[in-house]
Write a protein that binds this ligand. Structure first.
Ligand SMILES: C[S@@+](CC[C@H](N)C(=O)[O-])C[C@H]1O[C@@H](n2cnc3c(N)ncnc32)[C@H](O)[C@@H]1O
Length: 508
């Protein structure tokens, strides 16, 4: 192990994920929904991501938000070299990557003060001394009024399954060799222990199914998720205290469905919660009510509330765009208490309005049917649709032209990569400032469309066939060229149905 890694997995690159909780407009919306003042939508910002992994989110966010200067660091130089290569290919000037460890980044002289500092999948995967460095970074570098986003594995939700992770890691430690082989070996070993009907698995019935789910996951993801030396399960109160040292206070969850009590807490639970005055105890009790295992917390350095007029104006200015075709939005959402139906009288008029394109809340309430819903129902319905991932807080119309130029270049660079790999599964939207899932085949169809190729399915097949690759259906490779082409034609039909939404999002 090299000394710079502090026991962190470094011989295997992380996945190229995109996380919408990192998107500035989403974070702004979380603050707004909680009544905490945040920068105006589309305002110029300085933004920082700590532990950016492959830097794909940072690259995408920079391309879709030319008004935001993005700074990102990760101590793995291979990942940063890859991130810088994509920024160059896409011609994104407002992203600045560093291969600094957090402690070095703290002393980096070229950094501005930040409006937002974000870290996803970091805080519970590093040792206490690195957590302390991050807190010091936030204390020194976040502007007053700035927002911080931090996600982490937490208790009590992990309590029953944590010993299963311990077993995997103990086996991996005793094995030696490269990470992938140790991960594989540890999975096989835990499988064997499970097969002996060990009392731990019998008496903690959630552990077995969790292992079954885990063992099918991407190996690079598993290595970084479970096999680091540091793996600390935190309570919300621990994180609130540590962030408190940087003068931060809790705003709310970036997972907006968690804001909605009706789908997460029973009446008795809501009544008990209402009696609790201490905000840290209240949030802790909530984690027990829903057995929370992963938190996505937004904090602010100084929370300032709105007066009622400014609050309504801030909502009025907020724009949203549908990212799921209207007919595919299910009239249900899942909360901690299971599935809940969306009331058609609230949601139908909203979805109908968004079907024709992005709208601000001011636009929406110009429609008497929507205005008649009343403020509380309207704002809650918008938060639910955002939380369920069908609606995205969006940037103002102003600046769209410049954003479109940048995202076109970024999306072209990503789609070009689709010729040889399926690693990058998101494209940037100049409308939302965030990412949209677009798989490799859809990216090849977009390339064909941009280059006016008559038969996009045949084009995609020529790309795959040229590399001896085959499509997979129901877990099995499709062998004959005719069947591969037929499968691609079916996928192209699905893509065409999605095209109007991709066009509204400025991607096609
Ligand atoms: C689980 S990955 C998450 C990456 C990224 N945030 C994401 O969600 O895709 C954690 C990342 O933190 C980086 N890391 C760990 N310790 C670090 C340190 N002390 N300084 C800088 N980066 C660190 C690792 O190299 C790794 O890329």
């Amino acid at each position: 192990m090299s000394s710079w890694t502090s026991g962190y997995v470094a011989d295997l690159g992380y996945t190229h994920g995109f996380y919408r909780e990192l998107v500035p407009e989403l974070l702004r919306f979380v603050a707004l929904a909680k009544g905490t003042r945040a920068p105006a939508s589309g305002a110029p910002l300085t933004y920082c991501e700590l532990g950016c992994g492959q830097g794909f989110s940072a690259n995408l966010i920079a391309a879709a938000n030319p008004h935001v200067e993005v700074y990102a660091t990760d101590f793995n130089p291979a990942q940063i070299a890859g991130a810088q290569a994509l920024a160059r290919e896409a011609g994104t000037p407002n992203v600045h990557f560093f291969d600094h460890a957090f402690a070095e980044f703290l002393e980096e002289p070229g950094l501005p003060q930040f409006d937002m500092i974000c870290l996803h999948g970091i805080y519970s995967w590093i040792a206490a001394e690195h957590r302390a460095t991050i807190v010091e970074f936030v204390r020194r570098k976040l502007k007053p009024g700035g927002l911080a986003y931090v996600s982490y594995n937490c208790l009590p939700g992990w309590s029953a399954a944590a010993p299963m992770r311990h077993l995997m890691v103990q086996h991996a430690k005793s094995a030696g060799g490269p990470t992938t082989a140790r991960v594989e070996g540890a999975l096989g070993f835990v499988e064997r222990v499970l097969g002996t009907e060990a009392a731990y698995f019998k008496q903690n019935p959630v552990a077995g199914p969790r292992f079954e789910k885990l063992k099918g996951q991407n190996r690079a993801y598993l290595a970084h998720e479970y096999f680091n030396e540091a793996w600390t399960l935190l309570y919300f109160s621990d994180v609130a205290r540590e962030m408190g040292e940087a003068k931060l206070s809790y705003v709310g969850s970036a997972a907006l469905l968690e804001h909605i009590d009706a789908i997460n807490l029973s009446d008795d639970q809501q009544k008990l919660m209402a009696e609790i005055v201490d905000p840290v105890l209240r949030e802790t009790v909530r984690d027990y009510m829903i057995n929370q295992q992963f938190r996505r917390d937004v904090f602010a350095k100084g929370t300032v509330s709105y007066d009622s007029v400014t609050y309504r104006n801030a909502w009025g200015d907020t724009r949203f765009a549908l990212s799921t075709p209207r007919e595919d939005v299910p009239m249900k959402v899942n909360g901690a208490r299971g599935e809940a139906n969306l009331q058609p009288e609230s949601y139908e008029p909203l979805l109908a309005a968004f079907a024709s394109g992005p709208k601000t809340v001011r636009d929406l309430v110009a429609d008497p049917t929507i205005a008649a819903l009343g403020w509380a129902r309207l704002t809650q319905a918008l938060a639910v649709l955002v939380g369920a991932g069908h609606l995205q807080p969006s940037l103002p119309e102003k600046g769209l032209g410049e954003r479109r130029k940048r995202t076109q270049a970024f999306n072209r660079a990503v789609c070009e990569r689709a010729r040889g790999s399926a690693d990058l599964a998101f494209l940037a939207s100049p409308v939302t400032g965030g990412g949209v899932t677009v798989d490799r085949f859809q990216q090849l169809f977009l390339l064909a469309r941009a280059d006016k190729i008559d038969d996009p399915a045949a084009f995609a097949w020529s790309v795959l066939n040229g590399q001896g690759q085959r499509l997979v259906r129901d877990g099995k490779p499709i062998e004959s060229p005719e069947e591969n082409l037929a499968e691609l034609r079916t996928r192209f039909e699905a893509f065409e149905k999605r095209l109007p939404v991709l066009q509204q999002l400025g991607i096609a």
